[in-house]
Design a protein around this ligand. Structure first.
Ligand code: TYD
Ligand code: MG
Length: 454
């Protein structure tokens, strides 16, 4: 049999029969890489096939699905209540965001009850020790190995029999049986598959670090998403101290929880109260900012929406949005122009969400409208006011879910006024020290602002 050449997108893993400059699946440029598939794999497959046997679901014992805490409450929350024994968790993120730090830090707690093997293809054992010292990780149950060859790693796992295996990072690993270079789609997929077999076969819990890189020169975690049990992304601005851990996939729990961390000089610190952190340093009585409350999983989190509206210099006004859906921002600007009579089509508009948060919930619409109008009118929104509600195309303010929970978070953080959708205001129990400002439409919200009610 002849070897077959196929082409993969290193961003999304889409397979095509021929090379092209742009991936037809995800639209990324210059990410298609060539891969030679070795012939002769089918003989091995048919040998495995004879041994397969299905069994009734009632006979399967689930009493051994053991979850264990990682020692980082925020990580446990994102994992759905701790790590599951024998699962493979992929931790993705841009280089330098803190993936190695997070993984090394959890070794502190894991080392108390489990044997951990930390394999680094990026740092030497000596460098790992220095980092561990800085993070105050000092467990005799933590073993380190600086290695990139998959065969050697699997051999070491066989010998040491760890309960938890950490791989830093998947892109440095290579299987010597394949000709392609480390970091390519084929290598990354093959190594992950072997690690997956290790996790399922021997019950080792595996954490795999994967770099996300925009240029597509190495295969990213997207290629592996479908193979692994759990995909976590570590996000945040490298220059800011907050980091947000988000689950993109979780076979053992929900994916809507986030974990918030802060990068300190001695590693990552958990932020149990994200609202306070996201609102710290907020300018008081400055135009163009408004606080809203979004649900991150089961947790309400306050976020600050900032807008800057300035007269446009050219014929085409500039529109930028950061952390807020661009198309939704454009829609809100159009609603304000039409229903609020603000001449926004002659203005540049910039929308920004503080703290690296991404708001993908319509509940943030009203705060965006208030922030935009406040910047346009140059009239500050009082520092003690928040706004929650979805905005429809006719300018109506629509109700949103979990309003009571959001309001109690707003009140807990010391806000005394909150704009809410009018049709929900009657169902809400009054909260002490929080005045509700029901609004029916955009025009009413603007009137409240202009009249100085809020
Ligand atoms: P790292 O975990 O090496 O990132 P990754 O593995 O995702 O590439 O984190 C590197 C960054 O974190 C680096 O810019 C320095 C910073 N850092 C701290 O600020 N404090 C610390 O205690 C550590 C270990 C790292
Ligand atoms: Mg690293």
């Amino acid at each position: 049999m002849k070897n077959k050449t196929v082409y993969f997108c290193s961003e999304c893993g889409n397979e095509t029969p021929k090379w092209s400059g742009q991936c037809s699946a995800c639209g990324a440029w210059n990410t298609i890489v060539e891969q030679v598939e070795k012939a002769g794999k089918s003989a091995k497959k048919s040998a495995i096939r004879n041994a397969v046997k299905a069994c009734p679901i009632t006979d399967i014992d689930t009493s051994d699905e053991i979850r264990f805490p990682t020692g980082m409450g925020e990580l446990d929350r994102v994992l759905g209540g701790g790590a599951v024994k024998g699962s493979l968790v992929l931790v993705g993120g841009a280089p330098g965001i803190g993936k190695s730090t997070l993984m090394l830090q959890i070794c502190k707690q894991l080392g108390k009850f489990a044997k951990v093997l930390y394999v680094s293809g990026e740092e030497s054992a000596h460098q790992l020790k220095l980092r561990a010292q800085r993070l105050e990780v000092d467990s005799s149950q933590l073993y380190v190995l600086s290695e990139t060859c998959l065969g050697n790693i699997l051999e070491c796992v066989d010998r040491e029999k760890p309960d938890v295996l950490i791989i830093d990072s998947i892109q440095t690993l290579y299987n010597e049986e394949l000709d392609s270079p480390a970091g390519g789609v084929g290598q990354v997929k093959d190594c992950t598959m072997s690690l997956m077999q290790l996790a399922k076969g021997q019950g080792v819990t595996v954490f795999v670090i994967g770099h996300v890189n925009k240029e597509g020169s190495i295969a990213g975690p997207k290629v592996l998403e479908h193979m692994v049990d759990c995909v976590l992304y570590f996000e945040g601005d490298q220059h800011m101290t907050y980091r947000i851990l988000r689950a993109a996939k979780n076979r053992f729990g929900a994916t809507n929880e986030i974990g918030v961390f802060e990068m300190m000089d001695r590693g990552l610190k958990e932020v149990e109260n994200p609202s306070e952190m996201l609102l710290s340093g907020r300018p008081e009585d400055a135009p163009g900012t408004c606080v809203t409350c979004v649900m991150e999983g089961a947790r309400p989190v306050l976020a600050e929406v900032q807008a800057l509206i300035a007269p446009t210099g050219g014929s085409n006004p500039r529109r930028t949005s950061n952390g807020f859906d661009y198309h939704r921002a454009a829609m809100l600007l159009a609603v304000l122009e039409k229903r609020g009579n603000l001449k926004l089509s002659q203005c540049d508009a910039y929308l920004n969400i503080i703290g690296g948060l991404t708001l993908d919930e319509p509940a943030a619409d009203l705060a965006a409208i208030v922030a935009i109008a406040s910047s346009y009118l140059d009239k500050p929104v009082p520092g003690n006011m928040a706004a929650i509600g979805e905005v429809g195309l006719s300018g109506e303010i629509r109700s949103i879910s979990h309003l009571e929970q959001r309001l109690s978070e707003v009140q807990r953080l010391g806000f005394t006024q909150c704009m809410i959708p009018a049709n929900k205001s009657k169902d809400i129990k009054p909260l002490p020290n929080l005045e509700l400002l029901p609004v029916q439409n955009v025009a009413q919200a603007l009137q409240l602002m202009v009249r100085g009610k809020c």
